[in-house]
Design a binder for this molecule. Sequence first.
Ligand code: SF4
Ligand code: SF4
Length: 398
Amino acid sequence: MSQMVVMDQPAGPYDPTVPGLSSDPELQHCIQCGNCSGICPWGYAMEFPPSRMIAALRAGIYTNVTTTESVWMCIACSACTASCPRLIPITENLMTRTKEELILAGKVPAELQSALEFSHRYGNPLGESPRKRVDWAEKAGLGIPVLGRENTEVDVLWFVGDYPSYHTNVIPTALAFAKLLKMLKINYGILGNLEHSDGDSQRLAGEHGLFEMLAERNAKAFRKFTFKEIITTDPHAFNAFKNAYPQIGISYPARHYTQFLAEKLEQLKPFLTKEIKAKVTFHDPCYLGRVNNIFDEPRQLIQAVPGVELVEMPHNRNNSLCCGGGGGGMWLDGYQWEKTHARTSEWRVREAVNVGADILVVACPYEKPRFEDAIKVIKKAEGLKVMDISELLTAAMK
Ligand code: SF4
Ligand code: SF4
């Protein structure tokens, strides 16, 4: 039997009116296999899913793409990029750049526009006062050190992030991590009011200028203090510091908190004495797992909790299903609901229910409020609890 050989398609007549995209040599490697559009959670609802966008570029009819605004269905989950046999960086090079084009043309869904404006004006997408960024820490009574007040030199700069600083449902995850840092006697500090949004989701939503502005403000704060590394609560902040900030000349060693805690697991284990008899499942955050390859550390931490049984959902690790919040998705919920009457967070909660989980464990600040909302509308999900890994660990301590 003869073997099938997949050959490169010749590059078509790329649309000269889209300079950033038409000159991108990587997009020309596309073989139109359709993997990207097939795996995209919103591919079925996009008039132009990724492979069709590339086809339109080749046909010189790319303006058809930008008149539909279907790119705003993209939640930058990177599933398309991970599935591409030609290793084309679809999320960054095609989707994000197309969003940039639409922003330049002023075609931005209203709720995203607000989040971008808030980020510009207040340094966070929630529109909260920068002066209140440190309120959660001051009220906690845990002696959380704010850099510049007690000290300027620490081992760890903990970059708390927007949602753990401001969002009522997410603040408990920050408090849990603060307790773990205290228990481990870590010499750390937070930036307090000097912290700004890391800007990664704004960048993925097509606002590169805003991303650079936020990054510069954070870099200015970093330069005031001495520290060995940055630990982030948010995988998006981790991705920003690891991959995006260095591209604009801002380089600091950074890790996600699950990497940091997994390294200290032997120190943590003696504290994990309370049994939690529960079936738990872990939701891999896109920008921790698929984009940055951190799959094992969160699972090591979960399995260190006595009594838990870890079960996997059908979409796990590299094939995880996005919660819908990253890359601007958090600020496009209304727009996407209008188009589909569906939410990826609800699909995810259904998966957790179907594997019989008692606890859906998360490691990204966007996920907790999204899944908690989804639980309210999914049948048989009433008993499902959502916990951040830090919360699960502190719940296992007496
Ligand atoms: S997965 Fe890659 S090669 Fe296949 S259609 Fe999409 S961009 Fe082209
Ligand atoms: S990044 Fe995710 S949502 Fe966006 S096109 Fe790719 S698969 Fe679809």
